[in-house]
Write a protein that binds this ligand. Structure first.
Ligand code: PMP
Length: 757
């Protein structure tokens, strides 16, 4: 230490080591009560950079209304290099308090914004080749360098947030970079580097991250830190932006990019904290912001991008993004040029402009909690799925007549989830095509045509699909059951025809026996393990197990439609047929298989597959193409990485038990059923009859509370809950709070139990 200080002719009376990284820092007090910071650098390769930093600080010294680390002559002392090539420099110590330690009043935040603009203005015309050639992880334009550190984050639900925001940066910021204003910026205006008297900014330190970057990055970084830990982060951001705009206005494009830049900075911070932690290099200084940074990132995903962009535009006084006209145009094009049979949810449809994980964003800036959409199984716009698809579209997209990697890989990944007997897979593009194919295979194998279906079942929109879907042929506009089909009662326990699965099975076998006695030999029985369109009805326990041996005895194949129930949604089981303890002959897969990418399949046995090889080729132009297979592979990987089946189980159990508690107070809730994240709430009236209007009312009110659910069942009186599998307990709490409020504020007919006579 003495050796270090010799150069500066100081006589210290106190030396204190300071937190920080990049250099070893000491606070030094001399006998005249002057305070200094001695920064000692042990990496000689940094010398040129430190010298460049000093030059820049010297160049702006005297131009600012707050202090920066220069001495009384307005310059920095020159750097001292030692025999071992290490070097150090002495800076005046700028007294706090730090911005991080004081209350952030609107006035102070406004002044903070103005001070940032003042700083940026002073740097505007400075050029420095050393700084301009810097490339490092803390420079936001290079934030993707931090992708290599994602591996240090151990919680997969956190990993995916970082992956998501880096992916967003890559696709929505990187292409804009060439058009942005560049400047030398401080690049680390976090509130630990800012001094204040509580009313205004008085000092600014640590130019160690100074770089040449898009100007907007400066305020993005400042905002990232100032928004951390705030109840309403946008109130704070509003003041900072207002202040900034008075001196150095950002344009609209720059302001809109803040939506991506702020979380990208937070991601940079958490990636580096994670790395430091793993390497045992974390200090209080490094990890201080970690928890609140995660909290803000987790909140950020629930912010609507249009809404956030508008907050920033509003603060800067620019017109807001207004998509009303676009909404109206889209609606009128749909009305004019698509059929009336193409439905829209809700009387005022929602124009969706984005989505992420379990959230969907509309054009007005609202965020909806998605408790309804089961197709984005692992979450909307999951970066792993998007990347898998987009990479493969750049490499090869062809059809199954050629060999390629991803199909074989998918088969190897998927089939272990099935019993060994189900080892043949046929790829198509939709659940409808899959059920059509499964039926054709069953008919080919058995050389029979007749089909057994369940009441209210739905399997697809092709001719065969409609023929086997009682939900359609018995529903509005349906032509009734076709002669080649027999409908069996849906084995539903609540308000059902029979009381047990076995009784339903007995009824079914009697009906089938009747057919056989009339020389009608069915080819197959087709059912969903939990009937979705039937109103989220798990087939009564024992039903499938009881009829399966009977079906086998008569060589009737069992086709299970796992389009809604498969891929871990039910929590305890990967497939619905496992719930019922049977092994079907054919399984139909769809919806979640590609997380929204159209890929579907039939999985069956070798025997059935062989019988289908009649000489006629089976070919589907898009079925199982390399892009689809990459999407499907990524879905399986994410289910495992993020333990989504386990989450479906835990969140689903929690959801169902919360609903059970609510039911005690509200007799309108007749039945709660399902498992995992496949749940139905059946509403009934005072007479115990289906209450369609009530279910519709609840569903519409949930929409007003920004929750997406749906209604289904033959009477449309069942509220269906089947969210992306990343839906969590706090989402459940939110849902329950809103549902509780809706039920509590419902007119007389739905009085609370306690108020009933
Ligand atoms: N089976 C079931 C159980 C379904 O829910 C659906 C779609 N709702 C289908 C088949 C048909 O799938 P797709 O819409 O992909 O043709």
């Amino acid at each position: 230490m003495k050796e270090l200080l010799k150069q500066y002719h100081l006589e210290p009376t106190e030396i204190k080591k300071l937190e920080g990284y990049g250099s070893i820092n000491y606070r030094i007090k001399d006998k005249d009560n002057n305070h200094y910071v001695l920064k000692h650098y042990t990496d000689p390769s940094e010398l040129a950079l430190i010298q460049a930093e000093s030059e820049i600080i010297n160049a702006i010294s005297g131009k600012l209304s707050f202090k920066i680390p220069v001495n009384s002559s307005g310059k920095q002392t020159s750097v001292h290099q030692y025999a071992d090539k290490n070097f150090s420099r002495l800076l005046p110590y700028i007294k706090g308090p730090l911005l991080s330690k004081v209350k952030h009043s609107p006035g102070l935040l406004y002044n903070f914004g103005k001070s940032i603009a003042e700083l940026d203005r002073s740097l505007e015309r400075i050029r420095n080749t050393e700084i301009e050639s810097r490339k490092f992880v803390w420079d936001l334009q290079y934030c993707l360098l931090n992708r290599s550190k994602i591996k240090y984050i151990t919680d997969p639900s956190k990993t995916k947030l970082v992956e998501y925001y880096f992916d967003q940066f890559e696709h929505f910021v990187l292409p804009e970079l060439p058009d942005l204003r560049y400047s030398i910026i401080h690049n680390d205006l976090n509130d630990y580097n800012i001094m204040t008297d509580g009313k205004k900014i008085t000092g600014l330190i640590d130019f160690g991250d100074i770089t040449y970057a898009p100007l907007v990055n400066e305020i993005a970084i400042a905002l990232a830190y100032i928004m951390i830990g705030k109840e309403n982060p946008f109130e704070a951001a509003y003041q900072v932006i207002r202040g900034y705009q008075t001196l150095y206005p950002l344009n609209e494009e720059e302001l809109k990019l803040l939506y991506y830049l702020i979380p990208a900075r937070l991601c940079t911070s958490v990636c580096n904290s994670a790395e430091f932690k793993v390497k045992g290099e974390d200090t209080e200084y490094i990890s201080i912001n970690e928890k609140p940074a995660w909290a803000l990132l987790e909140k950020w995903i629930s912010y609507n991008p249009v809404g956030v962009k508008n907050q920033f535009l509003k603060a800067a006084g620019y017109p807001l993004i207004d998509l009303k006209k676009k909404n109206d145009d889209i609606l009128s094009i749909r009305k004019k040029n698509t059929g009336k049979s193409l439905g829209l949810s809700y009387s005022t449809p929602i124009y969706m402009t984005g989505a992420a994980f379990q959230y969907m964003y509309d054009h007005k800036g609202n965020t909806y909690l998605d408790a309804r959409n089961n197709i984005p199984h692992v979450g909307h716009c999951h970066p792993k799925i998007s990347q898998a698809i987009s990479r493969q579209t750049r490499l090869l997209n062809t059809n199954t007549r050629y060999l390629y990697d991803s199909l074989a890989k998918y088969i190897e990944n998927l089939l272990p989830w099935f019993p060994p007997k189900l080892n043949k897979i046929f790829f198509v593009n939709s659940g409808s095509a899959a059920s059509d194919l499964a039926v054709r295979m069953a008919q080919t194998y058995t050389s029979r045509d007749h089909l057994l279906v369940l009441e209210h079942g739905y399997h697809g929109n092709t001719i065969i699909g409609i023929d086997i879907s009682s939900y359609k042929f018995d529903g509005k506009g349906g032509k009734g059951m076709s002669p080649g089909v027999t409908r069996l009662p849906l084995p539903k326990l609540f308000n059902g025809k029979f009381r047990t699965g076995e009784e339903y099975a007995k009824n079914a076998t009697e009906q089938i026996s009747g057919l056989i006695n009339n020389n009608i030999l069915p080819a197959a029985f087709i059912a969903e393990p939990v009937s979705g369109c039937g109103g989220q009805v798990p087939l009564a326990p024992g039903y499938l197990k009881t009829i399966k041996p009977f079906l086998e005895k008569h060589q009737i194949l069992t086709i299970l439609d796992e389009v809604q129930t498969g891929f871990g949604r039910l929590g305890d089981y990967f497939w619905g047929f496992e719930l019922h303890g049977i092994i079907p002959d054919l399984v139909i897969l769809g919806k979640p298989m590609g997380n929204g990418h159209p890929v579907a399949a039939v999985v069956t046995t070798e025997e059935i597959s062989n019988a289908f090889a009649t000489g006629m080729e089976f070919f589907s132009s898009f079925g199982g193409n390399p892009v689809s297979c990459e999407a499907a592979n990524a879905v399986l990987e994410v289910i495992e990485e993020e333990k989504l089946m386990q989450n479906a189980k835990e969140t689903g159990d929690y959801f169902i038990s919360s609903l059970n508690s609510l039911q005690k107070d509200f007799p309108a809730i007749g039945d709660i059923r399902g498992s995992g994240l496949f749940i139905g709430i059946e509403f009934i009236n005072k007479d115990g009859k289906p209450d369609t209007k009530f279910a519709e009312m609840v569903n519409n009110r949930l929409k007003q509370h920004f929750i997406l659910a749906g209604t289904d069942g033959p009477y449309e009186n069942v509220l269906k809950i089947k969210p992306p599998l990343c839906f969590n307990k706090s989402n459940t709490d939110f849902f329950m709070e809103e549902l509780n409020e809706i039920l509590n504020n419902t007119p007389d007919r739905i009085r609370k139990l306690s108020e009933l006579p």
